[in-house]
Structure formats: C-alpha cells, structure tokens
Design a protein around this ligand. Structure first.
Ligand SMILES: Cc1cc2nc3c(=O)[nH]c(=O)nc-3n(C[C@H](O)[C@H](O)[C@H](O)COP(=O)(O)O)c2cc1C
Length: 357
C-alpha cells in the first residue's frame, strides 16, 4: 500500500501536494457506520475510539482532514515552532532493518538502514522538526481543528527552538500561538532526537517542570508532554513526581536513536550520524513506558492520561497498549503504510465490546 506521506518526496513537496495513497481520496466506505454517541472520553472530551496519529505524519490540515475521514479520532497536527525552520534534506525516511526488538543494547551498535520498505516495518524519521512561520501554520491548524467530526479531537503539537532566546519564554509563546487556533488540547514535544541536541529536554526534569509550570500558568488548556523512552526508573519517577500534577498527560514514546548505516557501513542519512527509529522495532519500548507510567500513576496517586505510542500496526497492538494502561493509543509508521488501520481498530474494539457484553 502506498503511504499517505511519500518518503521519496521532500517535506515541502509532501506539504504542497499530499496526502497521497488512500488519503488522497475520501474513504470508500465511511470508517464508521456507527452514528451512536461516542463511547469514550479522553481528557474529558468525547471520543469515538481513543486511537489516532501522533505528531509528525499529519503535516497540514489536508492530512488531518483525511485522517479524521478515515476514522483516526485523535489527530496530532505536526509539531510547530514560533518561527520558520527548514527540514533536513532528503532522505528523511529510510527503512531500518531490525531483527525483532530494537533493544537499548542493539541501538548502541550501528543498525543497517536503506533499501526496500518491508513488513514488519521499522523506519527512521529524520526531519529536524521543520515548521512554517506562525502566520502560515496558525490558519492551517485552525482549519485542522474544524475538520474534526463528532467524537474526534485535533491536538496541536509544538516545541521551542534552542538558541532562539529565552527557552521558557519561547515555549510559552508557542503554546499561546497553538491555543489561538482553537485546538482543544496541546502537546509539547520534549523528545526530538533529530535536532542535534546531545540531551533530550525530557531528561532534564527541573527544566521541564519550569517550562510546564510557565505554560500551564499562561494557557488554560490540557497539556500533554511527549517523552522518550527512559532507561532509568528513578529518572522517570523524578519527572513524573515533578510534573504529574501540572500536565494532563504523557505521550510516550518518540523514537529510539541509533547510528544508521548503509550496506557499505556509511551513514544511511548523509550528514547525520544518529537518527530516531520508529515502527515495529520500538513497540516493546512504548509498551514498557505505558506500563511504567501506569504503575507510577497508582503509586503517586495521580490521574494523568497516558498516550501509548510506538510500533502500533494492528488492532492487536492497540489492544495490548490499552491493556497495559494507555488511555489513548497512536500510530505513526503503522498508519502511514495502512490508512485502514483506524477502521481495523474500531472493528476490533466493537468485536471485543460485543464479546464482553
Ligand atoms: C514521518 C514522521 C515524522 C515525525 N515527526 C515528529 C514530530 O514532528 N514531532 C514529534 O513529537 N514526533 C514526531 N514523530 C514521532 C512520532 O510521533 C512517534 O512518536 C514515533 O514515530 C513512534 O511511533 P510509531 O512507531 O507508530 O511510528 C514523527 C514520526 C514520523 C514517522
């Protein structure tokens, strides 16, 4: 199946001409013949099924509208910034050849990438979090908000730009700009490995607390924070203890960084030695974080939401995340190559509701 984001084209070309594949046309059958009231709630909002697409592949309102039409009920508009920021040059997406799980140990060694996309699919996404200027993305994000149907939610994702003045102030400005579009939920990306920063922001709990405090003080909307896989339990506990009463929830995970090489051992992404891996090989890590966040929520008597992300490519994967404690589940790689995934998840959920009843 052709992916709805075309890896062979530049980011700007996808933005101008996409979406592609099945997302280029309305669904042949409505993703949902069911017109009953949404059965679920996410952050207090009614949702039909708490499943969707995380930040990244939905690069503009057309992509978001297509995703909603195909039954993805939670759609995250691609992470934006307070200023225009260019994308890395092609290639941005390459297949990564992972045998089973991309464990933290396996990710310490070079991993082979390039060639053909094959299932079970792992890929690298290396974009550098491009953004248009707020004058361009704000009206477009507002259109994406309007594209959500009943029981569907558009989430506005953002991050700050390092080296662009006061980091906390840039975060607050970005959050305010997103809120102005009418997005009912915000998501702060603290976990991008493709920016050249040696340490991810999510690992600096004290700085995250200051940023989150400033945002939630300035903007009265539920705030999710997108975090990476934490190797250390103590570090995750510290982050949750410091932020768990401020944020509405945690979205985990982003990607696992690895050194990607081609068959000849050269960098698979010229000029970028490490890059984030997502897809089937990181499912274990998303599930692991979901379980640990669930446990911490109980232990610390908190009530944040958990958005499980990583390697979801089937209705069974969705169920595994929900069973692990996720309040919502999202798929980037899996959904890109299977635009019918939301319909499969809904059918699976309807089946299990039926058998439970
Ligand atoms: C094409 C693409 C672009 C992405 N861009 C972003 C981004 O801008 N911001 C972000 O927080 N995550 C980004 N991600 C990461 C995804 O949101 C997700 O966390 C990750 O891909 C793991 O999910 P998956 O295994 O279902 O792909 C991107 C992923 C892909 C595939």
């Amino acid at each position: 199946m052709d992916p709805f984001y075309d890896p062979s084209r530049s980011y700007d070309d996808n933005d101008a001409d996409g979406p592609f594949g099945a997302f280029a046309a309305p669904p042949t059958a409505p993703a949902d013949g069911d017109r009953s009231a949404p059965r679920h709630r996410f952050l207090g909002l009614p949702v039909r099924e708490p499943f969707g697409i995380p930040a990244g592949p939905l690069v503009n309102a057309r992509f978001c509208a297509a995703a909603f039409a195909h039954g993805f009920d939670l759609c995250v508009y691609k992470t934006v910034r307070t200023r225009a920021h260019p994308a890395h040059p092609l290639p941005n997406i390459v297949p990564v050849h992972v045998d089973g799980d991309l464990t933290l140990e396996a990710a310490r060694h070079p991993v082979r990438a390039g060639g053909a996309f094959a299932h079970p699919l792992s890929i690298s996404n290396s974009f550098g979090v491009p953004s248009r200027d707020p004058d361009r993305w704000q009206p477009d994000m507002a259109a994406a908000v309007r594209a959500a149907g009943p029981g569907q939610v558009l989430i506005g994702a953002f991050q700050a730009t390092r080296g662009a003045g006061d980091l906390v102030a840039d975060h607050v400005r970005a959050a305010r700009l997103v809120a102005e579009t009418g997005a009912p939920v915000l998501e702060l990306n603290l976990s991008c490995p493709n920016e050249g920063a040696s340490d991810l922001l999510c690992f600096d709990a004290e700085l995250v607390r200051r940023i989150v405090f400033a945002i939630t003080d300035a903007v009265d909307l539920p705030l999710l924070i997108k975090i990476a896989h934490f190797a250390e339990d103590a570090a995750l506990r510290r982050l949750v203890a410091m932020t768990g009463r401020l944020v509405a929830g945690y979205a985990a995970i982003n990607t696992i960084p690895a050194t990607l090489v081609d068959d000849a051992g050269r960098p698979a992404l010229p000029g970028r030695t490490t890059s984030g891996v997502c897809g089937a090989g990181i499912r274990w890590a998303g599930l692991d974080m979901t379980r640990r966040l669930t446990r911490l929520r109980d232990e610390l008597s908190l009530d944040y939401a958990i958005v499980g992300v990583g390697g979801v490519a089937s209705a069974d994967d969705y169920r595994a995340y929900r069973d692990a404690g996720a309040d919502a589940v999202m798929s980037a790689t899996g959904a890109m190559w299977n635009p019918g995934l939301a319909a499969e998840v809904r059918a699976g959920a309807a089946g299990s509701a039926g058998s439970a009843g």
